[in-house]
Structure formats: C-alpha cells, structure tokens
Write a protein that binds this ligand. Structure first.
Ligand code: GCV
Length: 605
C-alpha cells in the first residue's frame, strides 16, 4: 500500500470478506479487540454496544455491527471510554456523489483522477477500491453515486450491457461494507436508443425506462437507484416537453419501484441564460419557484436533493428556503466537500461549522438524507490536501449525528489520523476550526460570493460574473453594493418562514456575515461596531491575510510531528494559500477603492 495516513489504520482488505458482519469481525481482529457480535437484521444501521462480565458486545443490524465496530475502535484508539449505548443514524441515506467521468477526469475534482474510472473503462485497482469502500463505511456513508451528474454521452453506457457486469462487480465489493451504488442517468437517454421522444408522459418512453430498469436490476439487484440533474445547466429535462419535474421524476421512479430502486432528483434548476440587465429575476429564488408547489406530487421512492444554500456552494449562504417546505416530499440536503468555491483543496476550509449553522435552522425530521459531492480521488491521501480528509470524516459523522461538536470531531480526526497529542493536537485542531472564517475574510465580503475567476473558480475576479448569463450579480457601483432581496427588492426573503424573514429583513439585525446577500447598502453604511461598510471590507481582507500567515506559522510547528510527506504536501499548499490570500486582498480592496473612491482609513492600499 502506498498512500498516506488516514483515520483508519492501514490494512489490505481481504478479498474473501463477503458481508458487513464479516468486515466488522475483520476490523476488530486487525486491532486485536475481542468483542462479541450479534447480528439482528431488523436493527438495520443501528447498533448497541454493551459491556458486561463476559466482555463487550456489539448488537446491531447487518450494517449496524460494522458501524458499531468502527465506533468502538475509534474510541479505543484515542483512549475514550467504550461507547456503550444504542445509536442510530439521523438520516437513513448518507450519500456521496462522485462527479467522475469515464475518461478518469473528475469535474471540480482537486484530489487527482477518478477512483472508479480510467480511460473509458472501470478501474481495476481493486485494493484501492476496497480500501475506499472500507473508508466510507467507517464513517457510515451508505450510498455512492459513481458518475458525474453531467452525464457525458459515453457514460450513458453504464446502464447498458456493456458496463452493467462491471457495475455489478463493484456493487458486490462495496456491499461488503454496506455501501450501495447509484448511477447518474441522462433524462433524454431514450433518444439515443431509438425512441423518438423523451417525454415522460409518452407510453414508449415509459416502456423504455421499464425495460431498462429490468435489465439493470437483473445485473445489479442491489443498485440504490438513479441520480438525475434535469433542466439544469443545459441538461435535458421534462420542461422540454412542457412537463413538470414531478412528472419527470415519477417516470423514472415508477420504472425503478418494482425493484426497490429510488430516484434522487436534484432541485438545482435555474435559468443559466439570464440577461444581466434583468434585475427582477433573482437566481436564488429559482429552486423554490421550480419545486415548492409540487409538494405531494412525487412517488414515494423519489428523494429531492436540494443544495444547502439557494445559490451554489458559495463561501457563505443562508439555508435554502426549499429545505424548509415540501413536508409531504422526501428531501435530502446536498453539500459540496470538493472545494470548488472554497479553496480547491489548496486553501484550508473545514466545513462542519457551515453544516452546523444550517442544521440549527432545520427542524428535526425535515430530511431523509444528506448527500455530499465527493472530495476524493487517486491522490495519495485521498483528498489532495491531507487535511481535507477532515471534511469527508465530518460529513459522515454529521449524517449520523448533526451538530456534534465541531471541535470534538476535528480532534478525533486529528488523533486518529496522526496520533497527535498535547500542543500539536491543539495547534492542528485550532487551525482547522478557524480555517473557514479566515478564508471567508479574504474572499468575497459579507455573503456576496461569486467574485471568483470564471470557469475554474480559483482566485479573485470581482467582475468575473457580473455581465454573464449565470444570474450571479453583486451589482457594485460607485455608491453601493449587494442585492436587495427583501420585499422592497426581489422578494426572495418571502420564501422563508416568518422567523427567518424577521432575522434577515432589517440590515441592522441581519447577521453581518450575510448582510450583502440580503441587502444593497451604501459604502458609508455603519456596521454594528461603528465602522463603515467599506472600511469593514478593507479590514476583513487585511485581517484575512494576516490570519493566514499566523495559521501558516502554527502549521510550521507541526513539521516534526507530521509524517514528512504529509507535511511537505501541506506546506506546499499553505504557501499557495498565502499567495492566494494576498491576491484576493489586493484585488478586492482595490476593486472597491477604485469604484468608490473611499480611502482606507489606515492608508494600506
Ligand atoms: C456538476 C456548479 C459547478 C458545476 C456542477 C454544478 C452542479 O455549477 O460549477 O461543475 O456540475 O454546480 O451542481 O450541477
């Protein structure tokens, strides 16, 4: 094995394992832990750990015993007490969506090439694939989507006889760890196979999908189902035929239902051909506008997958109002581990704080699942930046228990991964806990987002999306910046329940980190601490760079305690992060200075 440490002890997974219970036994044996296992299938993912005169016992469903074994081993390795008691996951579906293409590239991937595909075919690196399934199961992830939701024409073949035997082989390997596979499908696929339309209400289309489903499940009876991006960023969808998204999703759901399959249907639907002059259309409103009225119209095997914020994985967004409605529809929240807008696994950005804030606004029982866009690939440490592993680890744990302490989760990951203790443990944990705020300070200010370089999305370009068709405008001019999303402006605010409307309506009480998301304000606007808006922007950006440097100094103190290769990778990236932070600071501050003509009070520009 030639990859770097992760939170599991290195071990080659034996090919002979056949079930999660066997995997659980093997995990325990690896670490010389004696524990009786009692499989009670009806317990599913849940487990109970008890300690008695005969020793400790894990009772759980077929997958539950495996999750219990990992939990027990985590605690043991870091010297925590035996985690006695009953545990069940908060969400039944804990999904990881890969945006992997068959040629081996990964859309928005920052961790090397695809784990699953290579040069138009499936990877044959079975030790690595088994290790990956093991890694995911150790944090309770139970569904993996193999391929990019932007389904390339050749990827349609994943659900043809050409590739189904290979999907089946992989599904079997992953099932040993309780992980089921899902595939992204193209809504218009019948068109490529001789059907003259993809209209969901057309009998021929329905028959085609029924037959396809039968074929798929003949090969892969355990397949979780389909993930679908439709009518989104030029992908085909039901709107082309004047049909609703419920009609579109139900077409596939009815075909999969006899086999127990599900349709995970994304709500990322908006007009990506907007005229920037149009100030009435407001992109964050789109998901709600397209879906909220469809509540109750979906088949019961449809799960609507909604991005956590109303835009698109920006550094800071409020909760998507769509997550708070549709009580009669199964919903999953989508987060993005791959750091497209959050530093691309060069800059540090630990995400759990963001999920905690969203979870705090979500009433219990709102969601049936959570999905994360994967941040993994063939990189030696799985995630490009070794510390980006934390986001995958924390995602898995959050799906079991939302709002567990960010600090505890981070410490646990750092202890398991690098066996750190004392000051180094504290140093790494503190750096990671602060990383999001630091990144936020030097990038787009106060909830604006989108000041990134178009296309690849790394580095600053304040006007990069301003005159584009993507609907992502900050509308900065010489007087003011931001979009008024209250009822006086676009009316986006009204999509929220009253308590959240009240939180965001008034600039004087709106959380400052989201101020410019909800409001358009003049540069002289007084912030709560008495500074002007523009001075705050300047100060934040200066602080962001200063804090990045401080973080770098702290991380340098870890050089002796981290494995050399890990430290080298971290340090190379840290240097790039400092350069990036300086670039952001200078570009953003100068941008606002040139527009407004307002000098920095401390004359630093
Ligand atoms: C896979 C953003 C990304 C796209 C991604 C899209 C989505 O727009 O830039 O790469 O497409 O989100 O979530 O569908």
């Amino acid at each position: 094995m030639n990859w770097e440490p992760c939170w599991l002890p290195a071990a080659d997974v034996p090919e002979t394992l056949r079930s999660p219970a066997q995997a659980a036994r093997w995990e325990l044996e690896q670490q010389n832990v004696e524990s009786a296992l009692s499989v009670q299938p009806q317990l599913g993912d849940a487990y109970e750990i008890t300690d008695g005169p005969e020793g400790c016992r894990i009772m759980g469903g077929e997958t539950g015993v495996l999750y219990g074994a990992h939990r027990l081993l985590f605690n043991r390795r870091v010297g925590l007490p035996l985690p006695v008691g009953m545990r069940a996951p908060a969400y039944p579906f804990r999904m990881l969506d890969h945006w992997d293409n068959l040629d081996g590239s990964v859309e928005r991937g920052y961790a090397g090439k695809s784990l699953f595909f290579d040069n138009g075919d499936f990877s044959k690196d079975w030790p690595r694939l088994r290790a990956y399934a093991r890694l995911l199961s150790s944090v309770g992830i139970n569904v993996v989507c193999l391929n990019n939701i932007n389904v390339q024409p050749c990827a349609q073949e994943l659900i043809t006889e050409r590739f189904l035997p290979k999907v089946a082989e992989l599904a079997e390997a992953f099932s040993v760890f309780g992980v089921r596979l899902m595939v992204s499908v193209d809504f218009s696929m019948p068109l490529s196979y001789g059907v003259p339309t993809a209209d969901p209400l057309d009998d021929r289309v329905q028959a085609w999908w029924r037959e396809r489903a039968a074929l798929i499940y003949r090969y892969v009876p355990s397949l979780f189902g389909f993930l679908v991006k439709a009518d989104s960023e030029n992908r085909p969808g039901p709107y082309a035929y004047g049909r609703s998204h419920a009609q579109g999703a139900n077409l596939l759901a009815r075909a999969l239902k006899p086999f127990g399959g599900r349709v995970v249907w994304r709500c990322f639907v908006y007009n990506c051909l907007q005229d920037w002059r149009d100030t009435h259309t407001d992109r964050p409103m789109a998901a709600y506008e397209n879906f909220a009225d469809l509540d109750g119209q979906f088949e019961d095997n449809v799960l609507l997958q909604m991005k956590h914020g109303p835009f698109d994985f920006q550094v800071r967004e409020p909760i998507s109002p769509l997550l708070l409605v549709m009580p009669h529809t199964a919903k999953a929240m989508e987060v993005q581990l791959t750091q497209e807008y959050t530093g691309q696994q060069i800059d540090l950005y630990a995400m759990q704080g963001m999920w905690d804030e969203i979870s705090a606004d979500l009433p219990r029982g709102t969601l049936s699942g959570v999905a994360a866009v994967a941040n993994t690939g063939l990189s030696r440490c799985w995630t490009g930046h070794p510390f980006a592993q934390l986001n995958l680890f924390a995602f898995g744990l959050m799906a079991w228990q939302p709002m567990s302490s960010f600090k505890t989760v981070t410490r646990l990951w750092a202890q398991l991964t690098y066996s750190l203790q004392g000051v180094p443990l504290q140093t790494l944990t503190d750096s990671l806990l602060l990383s999001r705020e630091i990144y936020e300070k030097y990038t787009a200010p106060l909830g604006l987002g989108w000041m990134v370089n178009p296309g690849h999305h790394y580095g600053p370009s304040p006007m990069g999306y301003e005159y584009s068709a993507w609907g992502t405008y900050h509308r900065a001019d010489r007087e003011a910046v931001g979009v008024d999303r209250t009822e006086r402006g676009t009316g986006y605010l009204l999509q929220y329940p009253p308590a959240l409307q009240a939180r965001y309506r008034d600039p004087a009480t709106c959380p400052e980190k989201l101020l410019l998301f909800f409001h358009r304000l003049p540069y002289g606007y007084r912030m709560r601490d008495g500074r002007t808006l523009i001075q705050r922007i300047y100060d934040n950006h200066m602080e962001g760079v200063w804090e990045t440097r401080q973080m770098a100094d702290k991380i340098q103190t870890l050089s002796a305690v981290l494995p050399e290769e890990v430290y080298q990778t971290v340090w190379e990236r840290m240097e790039k992060q400092i350069t990036n932070a300086c670039e952001w600071r200078d570009v953003i501050c100068n941008f606002f200075y040139r527009l407004s003509g307002v000098r920095d009070e401390k004359d630093r520009l």
